[in-house]
Design a binder for this molecule. Structure first.
Ligand code: SAM
Length: 301
């Protein structure tokens, strides 16, 4: 960028920095490293008329640790348990001309965090909603995974219950886009085992742990190797975690979906080996591959 370009960029920054009356700002905050708090984010945390936080004590600590002293009123809470009841009052403040900044405990508000109902209500009320972008664990993990980033699907947290989780994964088995999941550390091992079993043990994947923090580590490899490592390496199961998995190969994906449909129907009626033999006849796919797949799909397994 030439000096003219830099001047233009700085002017653009000046003209949109800081709180504006009647605007709802969604402010991203660090997911570990406090140095990731952006300049605009600092200004809004300091100067917005109303600062809404998922946990006020947590945000007070962030302000203290980053040397931000609020010029305006106190911090108020907005979390999943009080969000709906708080929304009308927040809208009133916005309509009366207050600038409002919303933060969650870490990362981008509304992404697996509170805020979406407020955003919807503000849009319906004709209020301007502005992002102050910054840290987000999905994007950080995706960018370092080494897997395709041009198309991806964020699946949030998988269901905690085994059967619901497996069903969710079966629905994703033929998804060609890169898959991104949040996961709790104590469930990492069983989730990786299910991913390997249902999506295929040789699928390339990455587990990003403690991003931007002291013990930040990215584990890359085939799903089966990652599952094995999670069973053997206690450190891998500690801290905050994002799992990124390569999507299913495009070619033949439709065939796989069809084979699964046939296998599921047969498995209700007969044992795995018989279902695989019959499915091979019906679909023309190799019996061994269908047998392995039938084992993964079998409700008894
Ligand atoms: N809004 C946040 C964001 O923008 O990333 C996500 C909030 S969600 C409640 C918390 C989950 O995000 C964690 O359980 C973990 O899966 C992921 N996460 C957050 N910070 C992380 C970090 N530093 N390293 C790895 N994963 C992280």
């Amino acid at each position: 960028m030439g000096s003219q370009g830099i001047r233009v960029a700085i002017q653009a920054m000046d003209s949109i920095a800081g709180p504006r009356p009647g605007v709802l700002f969604l402010v991203a905050t660090p997911i570990g490293n406090l140095g990731d708090l952006g300049i605009r984010a600092r200004e809004l945390l300091r100067d917005a008329d109303l600062l809404l936080a998922e946990d006020t004590r947590h945000t007070a600590q962030l302000l203290h640790a980053t040397g931000v002293t609020r010029t305006a009123g106190a911090i108020e809470s907005l979390h999943e348990h009080n969000e709906r009841e708080r929304v009308p009052r927040v809208l009133e403040r916005l309509k009366a001309g207050a600038s409002v900044a919303l933060v969650s405990d870490a990362g981008t508000p509304t992404v697996s965090d509170p805020g979406a109902p407020l955003v919807r209500a503000a849009i319906e009320a004709g209020i301007e909603v502005v992002a102050v972008p910054g840290p987000c664990a999905i994007i950080a993990a995706l960018s370092t995974s080494g897997l395709p980033t041009d198309r991806f699907t964020f699946e949030g947290f998988l269901p905690a219950r085994t059967s619901a989780r497996r069903k969710a994964l079966e629905r994703l088995a033929a998804e060609p886009r890169t898959l991104v999941f949040y996961e709790a550390p104590h469930r990492l091992r069983e989730t990786l085992e299910d991913l390997a079993r249902i999506l295929g043990g040789d699928r390339p994947a990455a587990v990003a742990r403690e991003i931007t923090k002291r013990f930040e580590t990215t584990y890359r490899g085939a799903l089966s190797a990652l599952a094995l490592r999670a069973a053997q390496d206690a450190d891998m199961n500690r801290g905050e975690i994002v799992i990124v998995v390569r999507g299913a190969p495009e070619a033949g994906a439709a065939d796989e979906v069809e084979a699964d449909r046939v296998l599921r129907a047969l498995l209700v009626e007969m044992p795995v080996s018989q279902a695989a033999r019959l499915a091979a006849k019906l679909t023309g796919r190799p019996r061994k591959a269908l047998y392995d797949r039938a084992l993964a799909l079998s409700p008894d397994e």
